[in-house]
Design a protein around this ligand. Structure first.
Ligand SMILES: NC(=O)C1=CN([C@@H]2O[C@H](COP(=O)(O)OP(=O)(O)OC[C@H]3O[C@@H](n4cnc5c(N)ncnc54)[C@H](O)[C@@H]3O)[C@@H](O)[C@H]2O)C=CC1
Ligand SMILES: O=C([O-])CC(=O)C(=O)O
Length: 308
């Protein structure tokens, strides 16, 4: 199993580390445009192999895509992150060109690759990859909802004063400060609806904190987050690599599902060896449907800025 990660920055390197530690991939190639950077990160990570007990071979490449040939899965984390006060959407001008070029280069050397798009604005970057590559729709996956759901569960565990492992929950919709749709109605603590423990005001607060999860960290860190993003991507990579048939909310091309079409947005999907094996059309109530519709309008507005 060969995994390539383009962009050896904060998220790319974190993802490489989690993939390696989980020890399911034979090879991880890190590629970056910055001279020597991916090689340096790869060497540093390889020197953790005996410490962390993994056998995955991690190598680096400065923009030489021949090193990525025959990758099964490739992750795109190349591009700029936001600074405090910015939205993800403001990154489109620089990141669209990078994502278009990187995806074309990856596919040239690995025509059967499954792509996971991380660069922001992620839903629009995922749509761009659909529009500009010939890859089938099941092989293009945007990562956002897995991260947003992890943050939702963290915020719920804070409110419930319980360990995060007691909590289950999911965030669908666009990966943006206003577009996320945390499904509080379906969230549970060990199968008990969270509404049995928390009142509406507290649940609304959890939702709001979840939606601005990325912005909150960007303000604290001066750049956007990487540990939870890297871990979330590694979960998607593992589900595909190990054919786990696990369900995650991912940005997928919709063609009528949830009453939406011609966009990529976060919805529950089953991930296995064929990438997106199924979009799971869960029943939403009217309020959730309206939030999804508004979220989709926001994503489409950003998509309208693309030159495709
Ligand atoms: N979808 C999500 O949930 C998340 C998305 N992100 C996004 O991921 C992206 C990366 O974030 P960070 O790793 O924090 O940024 P970073 O600046 O640490 O790393 C980005 C790397 O991309 C490289 N790069 C730029 N152009 C390239 C090209 N043409 N080819 C190869 N490499 C290139 C840079 O040299 C740099 O090393 C950002 O757009 C950020 O907004 C970050 C966190 C979560
Ligand atoms: O907030 C950002 O810009 C990066 C990101 O997508 C996240 O951490 O959710």
């Amino acid at each position: 199993m060969k995994v390539t990660i383009v962009g050896a920055g904060a998220v790319g390197a974190s993802c490489a580390e989690y993939v390696a530690i989980k020890n399911f991939a034979s090879e991880v190639v890190l590629l970056d445009i910055k001279e020597g950077y991916a090689e340096g990160k790869a060497m540093d990570l390889m020197q953790t192999a005996t410490l962390n007990g993994f056998d995955t071979k991690i190598s680096g490449s400065t923009n030489d895509y021949s090193k990525t040939a025959n990758s099964d899965i490739a992750v795109i984390t190349s591009g700029i992150p936001r600074k405090p006060g910015m939205t993800r959407e403001e990154l489109i001008g620089i990141n669209a060109g990078i994502v278009k070029e990187v995806s074309a280069n990856l596919i040239k050397h690995s025509p059967d690759v499954t792509l996971i798009v991380v660069s922001n604005p992620m839903d629009t970057m995922t749509y761009l990859v659909h529009k500009t590559t010939g890859l089938p729709k099941n092989k293009i996956i945007g990562m956002g909802g897995a991260l947003d759901s992890a943050r939702f569960k963290y915020r719920l565990s804070e409110a419930l004063e319980c360990p995060p492992s007691d909590v289950d929950g999911m965030v669908i919709g666009g990966h943006s400060d206003t577009g996320m749709v945390p499904l509080t109605r379906l969230a549970t603590r060990n199968s008990v609806p969270v509404s049995a423990f928390l009142d509406t005001d507290r649940l609304d607060q959890v939702s709001e904190d979840t939606k601005v999860g990325g912005a909150t960290l960007t303000k604290l860190l001066g750049t956007s987050a990487w540990y939870a993003p890297g871990a979330a991507v590694s979960g998607l990579v593992q589900a595909i690599a190990c054919d786990q048939k696990k369900m995650f909310p991912c940005s997928a091309l919709l063609e009528g599902e949830f009453g939406l079409s011609d966009l990529c947005i976060g919805v529950p999907v089953i991930l296995g060896k064929n990438g997106i094996e199924k979009i799971v059309e869960i029943e939403l109530n009217d309020a959730e449907k309206n939030k999804m519709k508004e979220s989709a309008e926001g994503v489409k507005k950003t998509n309208g800025l693309l030159d495709v």
